[in-house]
Design a protein around this ligand. Structure first.
Ligand SMILES: NC(=O)c1ccc[n+]([C@@H]2O[C@H](COP(=O)([O-])OP(=O)(O)OC[C@H]3O[C@@H](n4cnc5c(N)ncnc54)[C@H](OP(=O)(O)O)[C@@H]3O)[C@@H](O)[C@H]2O)c1
Length: 270
């Protein structure tokens, strides 16, 4: 049975949970009447119901009973409590997903009845606009069929890859934390424009479109980033002068160290 044919419940209608619901609806993976959101915040739930007509509840156990696919989208420290709460209502017909960072598959499976399909997912914040990068890791009771339905479900949020659970800390270091690194780079690039006399808005617009354009060019053509850089750097020109400054400042080493630090921190937080 594929995710698109099933009732889906999302526990935690915060930033990621509500984006997932909107993404599932937009991709036609579920009808509003087959989607349920639960959250203690009544206002957020009512807003979601008003805008996309999904079912809402403050009761996670009611959600578990009416949803075959259950997505846990609460903060990591809330996940054990939610799992304990829903466990008596989870059957082998359910498929359970968790996007809670650092909560291992083993910890999730420990709370649930033996044999339930569990999948961990690490999305990132551009999922809010359907441009996310989600990496999935399959639990011990998830095979090719569950993988296929999970990839279909999360493709509503952007791109999806399935890797080993042991890769998820490094994934957190690259795509989980990456949007913050890119935001820092964008802000600095715009600051450079402001320093050289452009208005803040113009400088930011130029920086944003340049980052999107360069990334999309590499994504669409498959060209290696080094080759794109070489093509843009004409001999004795302005681009190679700027690249020289970036190399002197150690930009590459800094980004590599940032990913290393985030990966280590992600491991420590478990
Ligand atoms: N944001 C990201 O970029 C990102 C990326 C990858 C993974 N994640 C993971 O996604 C999860 C959610 O993150 P988020 O940014 O969406 O957080 P969020 O905006 O705080 O959303 C979590 C929601 O869950 C609600 N909640 C708390 N306890 C609950 C319970 N017992 N039952 C039902 N709902 C409950 C919270 O309500 P209250 O506010 O009242 O507590 C809040 O509305 C986290 O585990 C995070 O690790 C997030």
């Amino acid at each position: 049975m594929t995710a698109s044919k099933r009732s889906v419940g999302v526990i935690g209608a915060g930033a990621m949970g509500s984006s997932m619901i909107r993404g599932f609806l937009k991709a036609g993976l579920a009808r509003p009447q087959d989607l349920t959101a639960s959250d203690p915040r009544k206002g957020a739930l009512q807003e979601l119901h008003k805008s996309v007509s999904v079912n809402i509840t403050g009761d996670n156990t009611a959600l578990a009973q009416r949803s075959e696919v259950v997505v846990i989208a609460v903060k990591p420290d809330q996940a054990p409590k939610v799992l304990q709460e829903i466990a008596p209502f989870i059957t082998l017909e359910h498929q359970v997903f968790s996007i809670a960072a650092g909560v291992s598959i083993a910890a999730i499976e420990r709370h649930l009845p033996a044999g339930v399909s569990v999948i961990r997912a690490m999305p990132n914040v551009p999922a809010l606009i359907g441009e996310g990068m989600t990496v999935l890791a399959l639990g011990t009771n998830s095979g090719p069929e569950e993988r296929e339905s999970a990839e279909k479900l999360f493709s509503a949020l952007g791109k999806v890859l399935t890797l080993k659970e042991s890769d998820l800390d490094a994934v957190t270091g690259v795509s989980g934390c990456g949007p913050a690194y890119m935001a820092v780079v964008l802000e600095a690039l715009a600051d450079g424009g402001v320093k050289m006399g452009l208005s803040r808005q113009v400088a930011l617009d130029l920086a944003v479109q340049t980052m999107i354009g360069a990334a999309r060019l590499i994504q669409i053509t498959g060209e290696h980033p080094a080759s794109l850089k070489d093509r843009v750097c004409s001999p004795g020109g302005s681009t190679i002068s700027g690249v020289h400054v970036l190399e002197n400042g150690g930009l590459r080493g800094l980004l590599i160290s940032a990913v290393e630090a985030s990966t280590r921190r992600s491991r420590e937080l478990q």
